[in-house]
Design a protein around this ligand. Sequence first.
Ligand code: SAM
Length: 417
Amino acid sequence: MDLDAFRTLLTPAGRGALDEAVKILADGADPVAAASAMRRSHPADLTAAALTQASLRRRAEAKFGPDAAVMYFTPHGLEQATRPEVAAHRAARIRAAGLQADGLPADGTPADGTPAHGEPEGGPAVLDVCCGIGGDLLALTRAGCPVDAVDLDPLTVEIARANAAALGLSGLAHVRTGDAALTDPGGYGLLFADPARRGARGRTFDPMAYSPTWPVVLDLVARAPAACLKVAPGIPYEFIPEGAEAEWVSYRGEVKEAAIWTGMGPGGRRATLLPSGATLTASGAEAETGPVSRYLYEPDGAAVRAHLVAEVAALVSGRLVDSRIAYITSDRLVRTEWASCYEVTDVMPFSLKRLRAVLRERRVGVVTIKKRGSAVDVERLRKDLRLSGGNSAVIVLTRIEERPFALLCQPVTSANG
Ligand SMILES: C[S@@+](CC[C@H](N)C(=O)[O-])C[C@H]1O[C@@H](n2cnc3c(N)ncnc32)[C@H](O)[C@@H]1O
């Protein structure tokens, strides 16, 4: 879809065509039938734009929920947009930090952005230098922050602007086409940057290949009183600037992204779970290692990425199964959102023959296989086990003191200390 086609969609005729396309797709028409039905009353280019947008809205429902029904997207814009729950969490931190336009905390005390009661009136002014279709922009304005948003791509800018209007947020959202490198974050409370991680050859994990590039982003950060950079969860530690806080966020047990915060407090590592908002920071805890006992805890990926496994072990009075593997064992059953808990029924050095014999004896026909520190091909193992029977089990493949082990477990659904 080009800019002119999108602009046509915003006219009364375009809105009518889009409503019609949404209805036709909701009624289950296939793309060819939908296009021929639309072509009876609309020109070809409007038909194409309306059907593309209608199908993007359907796809966007999983991420944006009911808002998707009034928003606009490009395929890349939708894919790269921050999930609203994660964007709202970040916006709440920014809002709660009490930063003013000049970046100083409103009451002069150090800000760490941990959401708290007694928030100041309105949020700090934010410069969003890679706004995309507006995932973060919308959350920031909803949190009461006035945002100047910039994106290199004119169509994306128009879409972000339309999204702010569709959700009644235009009053706080000012969106324009521009290059992040040419912006001045100096006059804002906070710089927000979510560089594109997708190049000509697909997704990139190398921050030097981000757009804008990492040096450009760091130069903006250096000129901003406070900053939040959205990065991939696998960002190499050496890219985290000294003194910054790195926060890994998981949503419903899946690590979604990391953010690097500057000017917001003492720095360090943080893991946050959404939707609960539970957050964990480094405490200096050190975990002992010890033999596998009654329970096995698998820490949430955000805690693992943030190197906070020892902190999770402390929460369950546990020890590590191996000093280099993120599995925790404990005699105690502790309710925590920070780890999945399993009751261990068998601990055995890994041997296909032995594992198969035990599973056959227990009539296990369904297994969930988890692994950390094991080179075993999970799908191959599943076939080789030749399972049959009405019971289920969790197999945990790991390494203990350099030797491969298999643990047979049952999930504990409600741990209650
Ligand atoms: C990951 S997306 C942003 C997603 C956004 N935070 C959201 O939640 O919808 C990155 C955006 O950066 C834009 N971009 C890439 N290089 C840029 C540059 N030098 N200046 C401004 N924007 C740029 C791309 O056009 C893309 O829309």
